[in-house]
Design a protein around this ligand. Structure first.
Ligand SMILES: *[C@@H]1O[C@H](CO)[C@@H](O)[C@H](O)[C@H]1NC(C)=O
Ligand SMILES: *[C@@H]1O[C@H](CO)[C@@H](O)[C@H](O)[C@H]1NC(C)=O
Ligand SMILES: *[C@@H]1O[C@H](CO)[C@@H](O)[C@H](O)[C@H]1NC(C)=O
Ligand SMILES: *[C@@H]1O[C@H](CO)[C@@H](O)[C@H](O)[C@H]1NC(C)=O
Ligand SMILES: *[C@@H]1O[C@H](CO)[C@@H](O)[C@H](O)[C@H]1NC(C)=O
Length: 242
């Protein structure tokens, strides 16, 4: 990390996870901060952030959702936490946040993925956890146009992946949730760490088409869910299919 991070207009935000933030081979994107604008090509890394807080903390005047990079949001004075990731463009990556040391329900229980300044893109806030339930499996699509991030969205499957599994509860017909009492740290044995599968769509700065989202969509039956038993084991075994 060459530069200091200035996020949410303050420095008192605790960073809970920072994955592969250094440049990899073939990575020519020199923007490492999530709140700066990057123009990417295939083989670059791309830095984005995920902020955890209460749902209303992501809005001003109750109606306008702003990027967590926007100083008009007072996330720095809210109960917020931040994770920063740098997946490789057009690869399917699995990002994890270990909930042994970080309990999302203690920080509002919602998360927003974001990147960019002038081209500030942010996802909608998505439910992660409260004291009863935790959703552990997410798919995030990063959509680019000519190398500039346009949109981040959570892809859902309407609970198709957990419908017949009694260990999950389908919340709002969209999220597969685990009863918190099944989780380690809450009396249970399941590793309820968060797994966020990222995929890319759109075009890079040379107008090359990014295909990894198409692959996830096509292979949806193998995408991550069913995070019972040890998360890491179940995820790697599912991901070996790629
Ligand atoms: C929020 O409301 C105040 C007062 O009506 C207004 O001045 C401000 O521009 C609004 N902010 C946004 C981001 O809409
Ligand atoms: C989370 O941390 C705990 C304790 O260090 C460890 O046992 C567990 O395997 C980790 N989970 C993941 C998904 O890395
Ligand atoms: C947790 O969220 C679920 C789904 O929105 C809701 O049904 C449940 O009542 C919530 N539990 C608490 C303690 O807020
Ligand atoms: C539900 O959880 C129990 C206890 O962890 C496990 O033994 C069982 O195999 C799970 N059922 C399914 C369908 O995954
Ligand atoms: C969660 O599990 C506990 C203990 O197994 C059970 O009493 C409770 O009814 C479950 N809650 C939900 C919402 O499934």
């Amino acid at each position: 990390m060459g530069k200091q991070l200035y996020l949410f207009g303050a420095q008192n935000v605790v960073i809970i996870a920072m994955v592969a933030i250094v440049a990899m081979a073939d990575d020519n994107n020199n923007v490492f901060q999530p709140c700066e604008d990057a123009k990417i090509q295939k083989s670059d890394g791309f830095t984005f952030g995920i902020a955890f807080s209460l749902r209303p903390s992501f809005f001003v005047n109750d109606t306008t959702q702003l990027s967590p990079c926007d100083r008009r949001l007072s996330l720095s004075t809210s109960n917020a936490q931040l994770a920063i990731f740098r997946p490789k463009v057009d690869q399917i990556s699995l990002l994890t946040i270990n909930t042994t040391t970080f309990t999302p329900e203690a920080f509002g229980g919602y998360m927003v993925a974001f990147a960019g300044q002038r081209y500030a893109a942010r996802s909608t806030p998505t439910f992660v956890a409260n004291s009863t339930f935790i959703v552990t499996s997410f798919t995030l699509v990063l959509e680019f146009e000519k190398g500039t991030l346009q949109n981040l969205y959570w892809k859902r499957d309407g609970c198709a992946s957990c419908k017949r599994n009694p260990n999950f509860t389908c919340l709002n017909s969209q999220d597969c949730a685990i009863n918190q009492s099944s989780c380690m740290g809450h009396g249970g044995s399941v590793d309820c760490s968060l797994g966020i599968q990222t995929a890319f769509s759109g075009t890079d700065k040379h107008q090359v088409v990014l295909n990894s989202w198409y692959e996830v969509d096509k292979l949806r039956q193998y995408s991550l869910y069913g995070l019972y038993s040890n998360l890491r084991d179940s995820l790697t075994s599912q991901f070996n299919i790629f």
